[in-house]
Design a protein around this ligand. Structure first.
Ligand code: ZN
Ligand code: ZN
Length: 357
């Protein structure tokens, strides 16, 4: 909260309206699904409804709680406007619809309607969330290791003839038994030619006797997301398939090796892309190399071509190059990597050499 207040002062704002729920959780600990947080230079107040009276009292730190009967964001804005000397409050334009903004303005006294709410030029809270503190890193490390244990379990479960949805169900069932709060996104199980779909959600398709199988999954642990991908082979890979796998693995390891504090995200992306270019697979690599991960499965920074953002110690990013050859197969390998001053620390140490089942 202190760091956020310094940012408010620098931006010349009296307060900030926070409505994006992961931001609310980050700042005051509340995990409910309806809330708005008002942060001023002197105090903070979180608004929620009567369903959350007990939960808010138990969870919220560093902010007062007020239970309201109407929209929490409207209450938050009205409260900030009523504070002595309040002139402006920032809001995140990327998280506020035009309809919401109209409603918020209408709830203000007439003299403040035009000037009080100010869009912040860059998201203030998301910027704070970029760099994880020790506690967040511990949770992310634990989440990542739970993912690895799941992958281990799945290696003993996979066999030709299973439906992809059975694979996803087993993975998600085991995740729950392990204590996961949920999955961080719809589990991707893409087998055979379907592995060429970068986001192939599990279907009724059956695992082939021979072919690649991509598993991309993540669990939620203490609110934080894990994310990892492994591609295994059912049967014995043909030389062309093995070569392609080796190229993706080399690209992935090259990008992991490029991760360190001070390096531009675009340079990490290029480390992967250059390897695939040399292997003649540049066109088959159709997405960015990775993304930040934390309270949300996709958050800043984006590890993509030309990205000028520099990695800082404490950031956690995924490194996940992949290739997709339509009608044939696809391969992706993804790790979570914590940025330190002395390089990247892989949080998902599951084996990456080609596994043939
Ligand atoms: Zn993933
Ligand atoms: Zn990912």
């Amino acid at each position: 909260m202190g760091a956020l207040r310094r940012k408010l002062a620098r931006a010349g704002l009296s307060g900030l309206l926070v409505t994006h729920l992961p931001d609310v959780r980050y700042l005051c600990g509340f995990t409910g699904s309806s809330a708005a947080l008002a942060v001023t230079r002197r105090s903070a107040r979180m608004f929620t409804d009567g369903r959350y009276t007990t939960q808010a009292a138990a969870e919220v730190k560093a902010a007062q709680v007020e239970i309201v009967g109407r929209g929490p964001a409207i209450s938050a804005v009205q409260w900030m406007a009523a504070q002595a000397g309040a002139e402006t409050a920032g809001f995140d334009p990327a998280r506020t619809t035009v309809a919401e903004l109209t409603r918020l303005k209408e709830a203000l006294p007439a003299r403040l309607r035009r000037t009080f709410l100010t869009p912040v030029p860059a998201p203030l809270v998301e910027t704070l969330r970029l760099v994880k503190d020790e506690d967040e890193l511990r949770i992310l490390r634990e989440a990542a290791l739970m993912g690895c244990r799941l992958f281990d379990h799945m290696l003993g479960f996979l066999r030709p003839g299973l439906m992809e949805v059975e694979v996803a169900a087993e993975l998600e069932h085991q995740a729950r038994l392990m204590g996961a709060e949920g999955m961080s996104f719809d589990t991707i199980v893409a087998s055979g030619p379907r592995s060429a779909l970068p986001h192939g959600r599990a279907t009724a398709a059956r695992l082939p006797r021979r072919g690649f199988l991509t598993l991309d999954f993540g669990i939620i642990h203490e609110g934080y997301c894990s994310d990892m991908t492994r591609t295994v082979y059912l049967g014995t890979a043909k030389p062309k398939e093995r070569q392609a796998y080796e190229a993706v693995l080399a690209a992935q390891e090259s990008a992991v090796a490029a991760v360190t504090a001070g390096v531009k995200c675009g340079e990490v992306d290029e480390a992967a892309r250059a390897v695939l270019r040399d292997a003649g697979l540049a066109d088959a690599f159709t997405h960015s190399t990775g993304h930040g991960v934390g309270l949300e499965i996709h958050e800043a920074p984006r590890v993509g071509a030309g990205q000028a953002t520099r990695l800082q110690a404490g950031m956690v990013v995924t490194i996940e190059p992949g290739i997709y050859l339509e009608g044939e197969f696809g391969i992706r390998i993804e790790d979570m990597v914590a940025v330190t001053r002395h390089g990247g620390q892989v949080l998902t140490p599951s084996p990456k050499a080609l596994i043939e089942l």
